[in-house]
Design a protein around this ligand. Structure first.
Ligand SMILES: *Cc1c(COP(=O)(O)O)cnc(C)c1O
Length: 402
């Protein structure tokens, strides 16, 4: 998690600005705030990096994805295609706005594939919640062709892919709206925070209103503002935005370091036969927050993980058994265990979530071992790490009786 590696004077300065005025709220209080607008400055920084026409900071990546779905016109009863490999927030967002998730296959990009999406389309499909996973990006040319052919709404959860791009367009900006996360584990962190992005002014206005109880943010008397739609509180605080602002300014530097470090590791690892890597639909657009190793088979990946554990190698994720990132462990979702009734329970699930047939996703995630790339690694540390991974992989690939 590179952002947290670089906390320093810059973050403290931005937070102090806010503390000195005492205005922790992002709107109004113009006289007291001494011209400090951290949420606005943070949004400007996100626009600068991504080229988004509109960016709106929110309380989390989860609320930003929910706002992106809602502002795109997805709501109760709409079928939305989702991946089985994602941080579960993407699926929760679909469920909690009242829509019905339909799982489709991912491929070696670690994201939904165009083929997978096309197979999951039904007459009730309204949209896709595409997730750009592990610092990379989906195969957008192929996916956009399916989106256009079937006239679907595309929403992108780029929670893990801020500063990643595909053929020059940044993740989150291919569809109607997108979201980034700035939680503690991302390339830049606010502690908690997210950003909604879109290039469509109308969609932006809806999200702006929706994320703040319907306030239209016109005029200077908050209590007298108009409220064109109902909304809720998805606001970010100025304190979180202050940290996010300082962190976001560091992202171009972090990305450059990440790319160098990832390449350094890959150069050593690729000398070991059998070690492969996840596919990047556009290698030049990688944010390189993760080194994504694909072993030849799930069995070998499991053995490699076991060997790495014996050798004391840390810092990796074997997502196949992870409780929050892969559908196999989502028993609460499969059995629709909720604390109160959701629309999906009234309307009926569009798929039998206990009997999903996703062999390709099972195979890809079974083979995947991801390391969080650190921007402060030394070459000596990376050499040692790569050698340990290689040794574990070699052991794991050896036939049992050899
Ligand atoms: C982190 C993440 C989120 C959620 O972000 P929060 O800021 O923690 O709410 C959503 N989707 C993906 C893919 C993520 O990795």
């Amino acid at each position: 998690m590179p952002g947290t590696e670089l906390f320093g004077a810059e973050e403290r300065k931005e937070v102090n600005d806010v503390m000195e005025t005492g205005v922790l709220f992002r709107y109004g209080h113009d006289a007291q705030r001494n011209n400090h607008w951290k949420a606005k400055d943070f949004e400007a920084e996100v626009r600068k990096i991504t080229g988004a026409k509109y960016a709106h900071a929110m309380s989390s990546g989860s609320t930003a994805i929910a706002a992106a779905l809602a502002a795109s016109g997805i709501g109760t009863g709409d079928e939305v295609i989702v991946p089985p490999f994602t941080f579960i927030a993407s699926v929760e967002a679909v469920l909690f706005i009242g829509a019905l998730p339909v799982f489709a296959e991912i491929d070696e990009t670690l994201c939904l594939s165009a083929e997978g999406i096309e197979k999951a389309i039904t007459p009730k499909t309204k949209g896709i919640c595409l997730v750009h996973m592990c610092g990379g990006m989906a195969d957008m040319d192929a996916i956009m062709a399916v989106v256009k052919k079937h006239n679907l709404i595309l929403v992108e959860d780029a929670g893990q892919a801020f500063a990643a791009s595909y053929k020059g367009t940044y993740t989150g900006l291919f569809g109607t709206a997108g979201s980034y996360s700035f939680d503690f584990f991302k390339i830049a962190t606010a502690g908690e925070g997210g950003v909604f992005v879109t290039n469509d002014e109308e969609v932006y206005k809806k999200a702006d209103v929706y994320s703040d109880h319907g306030h239209d943010h016109i005029g200077s008397n908050r209590g007298m503002e108009n409220h064109p739609f109902l909304g809720f509180n998805y606001r970010i605080s100025e304190l979180h935005a202050a940290v996010a602002l300082a962190q976001t300014r560091k992202v171009p530097g972090i990305k450059e370091k990440n790319l160098y470090n990832k390449k350094f590791l890959q150069n050593i690892l690729s000398k070991t036969e059998g070690i492969g890597f996840a596919k990047l639909a556009d290698p030049s657009g990688d944010s390189a927050t993760f080194l994504n190793i694909l072993m030849p088979t799930p069995e070998i990946a499991k053995n490699t993980v076991a060997e790495m554990n014996v050798a004391g190698v840390g810092g990796f994720n074997y997502w196949f058994t992870n409780m929050y990132h892969f559908v196999n462990q989502w028993d609460h979702l499969k059995n629709l265990k909720t604390i109160s009734k959701l629309p999906v329970q009234v309307l009926g699930a569009p798929q039998d979530y206990n009997n999903l047939q996703l062999p390709k996703s099972q195979e890809v995630v079974g083979r995947l071992i991801s390391f969080g790339v650190r921007c402060t690694w030394t070459e000596a540390e990376m050499t040692t790490l790569a050698e340990k991974i290689s040794a574990a992989a070699v052991k794991a690939m050896k036939p049992v009786n050899a």
